[in-house]
Design a protein around this ligand. Structure first.
Ligand SMILES: [Zn+2]
Ligand SMILES: [Zn+2]
Length: 375
């Protein structure tokens, strides 16, 4: 056994004898030519951290998307400082042989578009603790992403129209259809799909018009609307046009045709059994007779559009005082307009102990409607 350097172990750069035990763990190994240097020479050129002079972060000023690699990605609406810190972490590299690496960063906002990142790194190499401070300016470049550019350029491939059958959609139906479309797009966005967007939403006197980014989504949205609000979807002839770059654009109009009657409508079927308050327009029309409370269901051929006329809706009903329950079939209530006591049919959905009930006065008379949201 001998102590000290073995013969031939001299630093190839300074020529000094290298004094270290032969079993010393030299990071880098034979792949790294610097691994044979003495500690002094090794640390002379050693850089713990490799940092670029500056980092540019491209963000979309409209939607907050971040340009990463070769594409725009949605990162959600967040502080640009968070994004700048993340990008800094991505772009700085620590020497591969360093161990126990730790780092911290302190962002310093210089102006609206510049954040100076003060980064402190610590680590160990050749059993020597090291620390290094680097400062990197991060520039936020505000741009318009491809999606926002297309929206601004009025790009769309499909139109979804929400229409009624011999009526106009109600404001509630228009609002809900708009929400359904937004939910649909949000679900697609959540999967990272940046081709999902609504270019324009417009309420016209006939209903809602929405410009949608793809045919497939236009179709999906129209079907989801009728699945919830009832009705059916048809697609109008394809329109082919050219976009600004000369590419052919196929446009399809999907019409979500809502049923003639919707839940809450009170309709007269003229079948001798009295008016019906509609409870569902899915598949075929369903409801309750307002004179008896019996269930009504249109037959298969009639579907959602039996021959009927509308007398009013539950929204038109007024609460009035119950004067007396006469018997199983009759109740006395105050006429909400004249305040005279009137005997009207008593449907079985009416609570006999109620002091007040909703009534609808219409051209066929006065009827007690179901209370609240009960079916
Ligand atoms: Zn040396
Ligand atoms: Zn954008």
């Amino acid at each position: 056994m001998s102590s000290g350097p073995r013969s031939g172990e001299f630093c190839p750069r300074c020529g000094d004898a290298v004094e270290r035990p032969s079993e010393a763990d030299l990071p880098g190994g034979p792949k790294d030519p610097d691994s044979v240097l003495c500690d002094d020479c090794y640390f002379e050129d050693f850089e713990l951290v490799d940092a670029p002079d500056r980092i540019e972060v491209r963000v979309c000023s409209q939607c907050g998307a971040l340009h990463r690699g070769k594409r725009w990605v949605d990162v959600g609406a967040r502080d640009y400082t968070d994004i700048a810190v993340e990008e800094t972490a991505e772009r700085l590299s620590v020497h591969v042989d360093a161990e126990e690496v730790d780092w911290g960063v302190e962002p310093e906002q210089i102006d609206q578009n510049t954040i100076r990142m003060h980064c402190l790194f610590t680590g160990r190499i050749r059993e020597t603790p090291l620390s290094e401070e680097v400062t990197v300016p991060v520039y936020i470049s505000r741009e318009t992403c491809d999606r926002c550019g297309r929206i601004a350029g009025d790009y769309y491939a499909a139109i979804v129209q929400v229409r009624g059958t011999e009526r106009n959609p109600t404001p509630e139906e228009n609002d809900r259809a708009k929400e359904i479309a937004e939910e649909y797009v949000a679900e697609r966005e959540a999967t990272g799909d940046r081709n999902a967007f609504i270019t324009e939403t417009k309420e016209t006197k006939d209903g809602l018009n929405m410009k949608i980014s793809t045919n497939q989504m236009g179709q999906g949205i129209a079907h989801r609307i009728v699945r919830e609000l009832g009705g059916s979807v048809s697609d109008a002839p394809t329109l082919v046009t050219e976009d600004g770059d000369g590419n052919e654009v196929y446009r399809v109009t999907f019409v979500a045709r809502l049923p003639p009657y919707t839940p809450g409508d009170v309709i007269d079927l003229d079948d001798g059994d009295g008016p019906v308050v509609v409870t569902s327009a899915h598949g075929n029309l369903k409801g309750k007779r307002v004179e008896t409370g019996e269930r009504y269901e249109a037959d298969f051929e009639e579907g959602i559009a039996p021959d009927a006329r509308k007398l009013g809706t539950r929204a038109d009903a007024e609460r009035t005082t119950v004067v007396a329950v006469e018997d199983e079939r009759a109740v006395q209530v105050l006429d909400p307009e004249t305040f005279e006591a009137k005997t009207v049919p008593r449907p079985d959905y009416m609570d006999p102990d109620a002091d007040e009930v909703p009534v609808l006065k219409h051209r066929e008379g006065l009827h007690v409607l179901p209370d609240g949201d009960e079916e």
